[in-house]
Design a protein around this ligand. Structure first.
Ligand SMILES: O=C(O)CCC(=O)C(=O)O
Ligand SMILES: [Fe+2]
Length: 341
């Protein structure tokens, strides 16, 4: 199919070597989890109902770092349109998607695989359109993808801010942080397509990672494949067509001083069908300072730009993101510990 990125050719040598690797049947044999499902219409109730809902959200963020919401305020029609538009755009010829100025977006908005991978386990067998909301205005006004992601971005942004404020409030903070530091244009929409994969037991659709933002709002189709880590075990998330999945990102973990955790998750490649998902990444502006709310702080204050640069450097040097632990304050005393040993 001419829309397929050249996975097979590009990763030919990895694929050939993979015959020696054992198949990881455990990828599929994981248990299904019942993610907390929260009805956000309770937030419109009287104080008691509202407080109960806030408690449910905070507890889910503490226990799982992941939860699902219904009556979330993002109209189903927008989600349906998004799925349709997403399919259309990914089914354009690969050459077109790979063009420097595809959809007039910033360079590198369209991505697939991993150019830096040194083994099959580092290759995500998927393609993505990673769109900064600041870029939407660059797209052709007549393009229906533009109006759809604009509508998704606007409604998801309201939901993200609402949830972020509720989560902050549950920690005892009346916070203007999000209003002041998260202008809509600093967030992203990431659309993912997972082609059916010939070696699904050996190649991830998306390799295990945590999200480097404040919060993620995810809409997935019915195929399934998303798995998350809880208590050192992987669980699969059953698709729910009415629900959006919310997960805590690294920056919220730091803000909350580890009260909420940014959980590792991955996508197992689909075998017989392609899979689509779309995520809204709620981010502060690049220079907003991320600082723990409570004392003693686990992490030193840092900005999003610093965080991204550190990740980029670590990925280049080690092949791994490393992430928040780079900013742990206890790291400052580690040289002493080393010299004593
Ligand atoms: O496709 C999914 O279900 C997960 C996507 C994801 O984790 C991401 O885009 O960061
Ligand atoms: Fe993710």
């Amino acid at each position: 199919m001419d829309y397929e990125p050249p996975f097979q050719e590009t990763y030919k040598s990895f694929l050939q070597n993979s015959f020696d690797e054992s198949e990881d049947k455990n990828l599929f044999m994981v248990e299904e989890c019942e993610l907390p499902l929260i009805n956000l219409s309770q937030l419109n109730l009287e104080q008691l109902g509202r407080d109960k809902c806030i408690k449910e959200i905070a507890q889910a963020a503490r226990q799982w770092g992941f939860f699902q919401v219904v009556n979330h305020g993002v109209p189903q029609e927008i989600l349906n349109n998004l799925q349709y538009e997403q399919k259309m755009v990914f089914h354009l010829p690969f050459e077109k998607k790979a063009e420097e100025k595809f959809l007039n977006l910033s360079t590198n908005s369209y991505r697939w695989g991993n150019p830096e991978a040194t083994s099959l386990k580092q290759v995500p067998w998927s393609e993505t359109l990673h769109i900064s909301l600041a870029d939407i205005s660059r797209m052709d006004k007549r393009n229906s993808l533009r109006s759809t992601i604009d509508a998704f971005g606007t409604t998801a942004s309201t939901l993200a801010q609402r949830l972020a404020e509720i989560l902050a409030q549950s920690l005892g903070i009346e916070s203007n942080f999000f209003r002041e530091n998260c202008p809509p244009k600093s967030s992203y929409i990431r659309m993912n397509r997972y082609p059916k994969c010939p070696l699904a037991s050996k190649v991830f659709g998306l390799v295990p990672h945590s999200d480097s933002n404040l919060l993620t709002i995810l809409y997935q189709d019915q195929v399934g494949g998303l798995q998350l880590m809880n208590d050192r075990r992987w669980f699969k998330v059953k698709p729910n067509p009415k629900a959006l999945i919310i997960n805590i990102g690294d920056l919220f973990q730091a803000l909350s001083n580890d009260a909420f955790k940014s959980i590792k998750h991955r996508v197992v490649s689909p075998q017989g069908v392609e899979r689509f998902s779309a995520a809204y990444f709620y981010c502060p502006s690049n220079d907003a300072v991320i600082q723990s709310y409570t004392e003693p702080a686990m992490y030193r204050p840092f900005t999003l730009i610093e965080y991204r640069q550190q990740i980029q450097k670590d990925v280049q040097d080690t092949g791994d993101k490393i992430g928040l632990s780079r900013f742990l304050l206890s790291n400052n005393i580690s040289p002493k510990i080393v010299s004593n040993s």
